[in-house]
Each structure stands twice: as structure tokens, then as C-alpha cells.
Design a protein around this ligand. Sequence first.
Ligand code: ACO
Length: 315
Amino acid sequence: MNAIKLLGTGRHVPSRCLTNDDLSRMVDTSDQWIRERTGIVTRYLCGEGEGNTSSALAAAKTAMERAGVGPQDIGVCVAATFTADHATPSLACELHQLLGFAETTPAFDVNAACTGFLHALETARCLLAAGRLRAPCALVVGSEALSRITDFTDRSTCVLFGDGAAAAVIRLTDDAPYACVLGARGDTQILRAGGAGEMDRFIHMDGPAVFRFAVDAVPKCIDAVLSQAGMTLSQVDHVICHQANSRIIDYVVRRLKAPPEKFYKNMDRYGNTSAASIPIALDELLEKGLARQGQIALCVGFGAGLTWGGALLKL
Ligand code: ACO
């Protein structure tokens, strides 16, 4: 019983939609530049009364409903985020209260930036596998309110990011392959955000350096997951990459000589939602009927830190 079975997913994005044309009225950019360089067309931002917790709560409720589970079935709640509404309590503890989990259900956040969801998933899986939780399911959430740390006068970053959340209810199964790789290069300069100073709180990123890291790390990660599982890419039904830039995914597809249709993309509508991007893509894929129950997905991410990771999931 070591593999992950997805029982249900849900997603939520806040109400304010910002188009590339909107952004071109705010900074010196254009719809054409953003589309061609990133594949992004729209993104959603938190408006009045919206935040990280409200998105995560809506996503979690949908995931639990679709999974057919109640609060009593959740043995652990792990949220991936680096933009929680408060430094403490954690987003996971806010969800714990709002969803009415039992006192013996632990709840905590993990921060591995855009790779956060995969770190949260593996953490939850290990806790389930250790066999000491009060209930057999885990609620794993990826949720961000990146607009709070985005400098909307900096064209090199503000066109890239969006807010949103997605959640997954998982349990263990022995009826699927499993593999997971996680790591970090320990870089602290290429991508930073949330410092104490006035400007230091915004996202600062050397975009081309992240791009070079991603196109190196993602194919290696995919190869490592497949080799750990003793599988080939043809045995995987879907590859769900962190949705940062369409060109990164195109590069990976070419490098692996893979069928592009196996690599889902939705950054055109959401932008880069960091820890939420992989579960938002998973949820959409399932909701649209593009993926079916029982299929195998390989999720792969990269982000600030520089963190990276990949894992297999049974849908
Ligand atoms: N509109 C118009 N021009 C722009 C914009 C913009 N929004 N942003 C930058 N430019 C200009 C630059 O100033 C530069 O001009 P110059 O040639 O006159 O100096 C030119 O466009 C090219 O800039 P580059 O930064 O070299 O453009 P690049 O093709 O590398 O694209 C991008 C930039 C989109 C950021 C790309 O590098 C990228 O996607 N990197 C990866 C980012 C990422 O994946 N982050 C994920 C991690 S996020 C996390 O963990 C929170």
C-alpha cells in the first residue's frame, strides 16, 4: 500500500480576471509579447474579500464532496503555499477549523514554492503509510495569493503570475505503480520574495536563469521517476508539468521526443499559480473528461529554491 490514489479534486480561482491587454495598460508590455514568450493570456487575482484561504476552502470543499468523504475521513491536512493569509496560523490550520477536522488530525503547511504541491503530496503519503493517522485519507492543497507579493510596475514578473487553489483527497493503494523524486539546488538568489523590506517583499526573479534550470531539471525529473518505477513514458497516460511557461513544456516535449498531447497545458487561462498549478491542471483534466479514473499521471514541478520534484499518481 505505497502508491497514491486520487479520490477527488477541486479548484477555485478568485473573481478578478486580468487580461494581457489590461496589463499592457499598466506596464510597457503587449498581448503579443506575453503570449509568444509565455503562452499566458489571462490570470485571476484576489479582489475585495478574497484571499488564499477563501480559494483553498472552496477547492477543498469540492475535492471532499467529489471524493465522497467527510471531515472524519481526513487523517492529515497538508497545504502547499508561500503566500498564506497569515504567517501563522498556517493555511492548513485555517482549513482545519473551517472544515471541522478532528483534533487528532494534524494540519500544517509546506513551502517548496512551485514544487510545493508535490512535496505536500509525498509528505501526506508518507504519513498515511506510517499507519498512525486516525483516518485513511489526506487532504492535500496547493494554494497561492501571489498578487499580494507581485510588483505591478515590474513587467518582467507581473505578467506571469496568478492566484488560485486546488485540492486533492488521496488515500493509499497497492494497485498502482509509485515513484517520487524531490530535491533542491539550494539557490537563494535566482528567485526571492516575501522579505521584510518595502521592495524585498515582491517577487524578484532572474527569468532566463529559472528557464535554464527548468529545462534542465524537468526532463531529468521525468527520467528519474520513470526509472524508479521501472516504467517508460508510454506507460504514463498524462504528464502534468508546473504551468509556468508554455515554452518550457514545449522544450521538454522535444527533448524527450514525447507526444505533445500527453503534456496538458492551461497556463493560457491561469498564468503561473505556483503551488496551485499542478493540482489545478489535474482537476481540469479530470473535469473535462480528458483523463479517466484509473489512469496514471506523472506530475513534475520546479520552483524557487531551486526546488524540483516528480511523482506518479493513480487517477
Ligand atoms: N513585456 C515586454 N518585454 C518584456 C517583458 C514584458 N512583460 N518582460 C521582459 N521584457 C523584455 C526584457 O526587458 C528584454 O528586453 P531587452 O532584450 O531589451 O533587454 C526582453 O524582453 C527579453 O527578456 P528575457 O527576460 O530575456 O525574456 P525571456 O524570453 O527569457 O522570457 C520569461 C522571460 C518569460 C520570464 C522567461 O525567462 C521564463 O518563463 N522564465 C521562467 C520563469 C519561471 O518558470 N518561473 C517559475 C518559478 S516561479 C516560483 O517558483 C514562484
